[in-house]
Design a protein around this ligand. Structure first.
Ligand code: COI
Length: 361
């Protein structure tokens, strides 16, 4: 199969420099979008067509388009960071490209070549570079590659036509409170994914499945929901849209990938960053009862959430049916803060990129 090329068809930005600067000063998360997008079509028989970088615009879809009915959709999230010399780099885009291929396999969709995924992200960031926030702050440019089934019809089957798109959005902190500790509701009624299901694929359905429990978390006054495993309802899996780490003094532990947990790029990077800083870092099983007990006896010193959007966000209050406790002193813990800074230093280009993670544009 030939690798698609991407034709550039840009147009002038509909926003003035002053309007864009006002957005970049306070972007929030996922509220504003840049001027362009990349679109690449796939059709059965022909495979990937050449792509186009075009002005950001609504899509026009037939009401019977398959994705609207059977949710054959996958997505990714990665960020572009302004470097100290003014250039721009993305963080481990090949990891996202590989996970996108794994998600595509799980949902019966065509696999986009890794180099095309990276080229599409690069083309958009280069075109809309003015939207990459300044170096040094919390802000970055969040890229959202995604693929949808576009065949028209109501039969349940893998579609014979797909669209791959990349859009971009300047992003500040995911949680409105920034890096302040978030509160967690441990859901003992709802599960996110089951063994043999698609919990390890990055597909919209997993996020839709999290919304009812997320609403219950909000009723409990919590910012995020934490899921337990579907079989024993005992082992901690992940939050609605990010992975979790437990800190035991000098050791950090993240739930083992069981097939129903998403393999986060930040999660994976932190195993390495922690070791580089001299911490022990491992995957393991942590039960919710152990979480509660170890918090009470002080051996579990910190807990934090991590993901591309969330970066590293400390966990403060934890609530489950019949119990509530506060992690550490309710302030960001020392290990959490050190790991966060070390990761951001690599991403912002102020620390050595020992593992070759930064992809310069
Ligand atoms: C990301 O961290 O990139 C995600 O896709 C999670 C979502 C909650 C924004």
């Amino acid at each position: 199969m030939t690798t698609p090329t991407i034709e550039l068809k840009p147009s002038a930005s509909p926003l003035s420099d002053a309007e864009r600067a006002a957005i970049l000063a306070n972007p929030g998360f996922g509220r504003h979008f840049t001027d362009h997008m990349v679109v690449i079509k796939w059709t059965e028989g022909r495979g990937w067509h050449d792509g186009q970088l075009v002005p950001y615009a609504p899509l026009s879809l037939d009401p019977a388009t398959m994705v609207l009915h059977y949710a054959q959709e996958i997505f990714e999230g990665l960020k572009a960071y302004r470097q100290p010399d003014g250039t721009v780099a993305t963080f481990r885009p090949e990891k996202n490209a590989q996970r996108f291929q794994a998600s595509a396999r799980r949902l019966g969709m065509p696999e986009l070549p890794v180099e095309t995924f990276i080229e599409a992200c690069d083309a958009l960031v280069k075109q809309d570079e003015a939207w990459v926030p300044a170096h040094g702050g919390e802000e970055s440019l969040y890229l959202r590659p995604f693929m949808i089934a576009t065949e028209v019809g109501l039969g349940v089957k893998p579609a014979n036509e797909y669209l791959f798109l990349v859009i971009a959005s300047p992003a500040g902190a995911y949680f409105p409170g920034g890096v302040k500790p978030v509160s967690i509701w441990v859901s003992e009624d709802h599960v996110r994914a089951v063994p043999g299901g698609m919990g390890d694929a990055k597909t919209g359905g997993n996020y839709a499945a999290s919304l009812l429990a997320q609403a219950e978390a909000a009723e409990q006054g919590c910012a995020q929901v934490c899921y337990l495993d579907a079989v024993e309802r005992k082992w901690v899996e992940e939050l609605g849209g990010m992975n979790l780490y437990f800190v035991y003094g000098n050791k950090i532990v993240t739930p083992t990938l069981t097939g129903s947990i998403l393999e986060g790029v930040t999660r994976d990077s932190l195993l390495q960053v922690a070791r580089d800083l001299g911490y022990e870092a491992e995957e393991g099983r942590v039960s919710v009862d152990q979480w509660q007990t170890d918090s009470a006896n002080g051996t579990l010193t910190e807990v934090f959430a991590c993901g591309t959007a969330a970066v590293i966000t400390p966990v403060g209050t934890v609530k489950r049916t019949g119990a509530e406790w506060t992690q550490g002193a309710g302030e960001p813990g020392e290990v959490t803060v050190k790991l966060r800074q070390a990761l951001l230093d690599i991403q912002r280009g102020t620390a050595e990129d020992q593992h070759g993670w930064m992809h310069k544009l």
